[in-house]
Design a protein around this ligand. Sequence first.
Ligand SMILES: [Zn+2]
Length: 193
Amino acid sequence: MKYKFISATLAIIALAIGVAALKPLDISYASSIAAPAATPKTNQSVKTKTVRELTYTDGEFDGKEIVTTDEEWKKILTPAEFYIMRQEGTEAPYSGELTDNHKHGTYYCAACGLAVFSSNAKFESGTGWPSFFQPIFKKNVIEKVDRSLSEERTKVECARCHAHLGHVFDDGPRPTGLRYCMNSVALRFKAGK
Ligand SMILES: [Zn+2]
């Protein structure tokens, strides 16, 4: 009986020491995850905006295509990027960050980094999507007939990786009369001349 009492007491003491030892650990853990500058590690459920590194390629497309399977793209792209660039989705109007971007610079394919549009050809279309009257080089985009809707449209792809970027319509301003209606998600902007 006495032995039982002692062992029970010891167990309580051991537990108390354990809790005391754990407590400072809990606090330091909590403060480290609460730090605002903490970079997200492998926790994919954390909705932190991460900018995937992309190597930008300026100039006219050299003809060397990038062939990557959808499975590979799925690993590389964000779900929104994958939906738009590999499944020909369209972002909601006025949802994109680049629609009202008025800075001077170059717009690159968000999948492979090839230059596709220049701020010199950007105009206010009032549609809610970034709009251009011409690509940076004709060779840098591919235009294909799109019959996914009842009205026939022309879809625009990156010439290098075939990422879907948007559509082109013939109601644009001068000098081309074209309106390249792009998805902001499919573009990366880099400020410059
Ligand atoms: Zn591309």
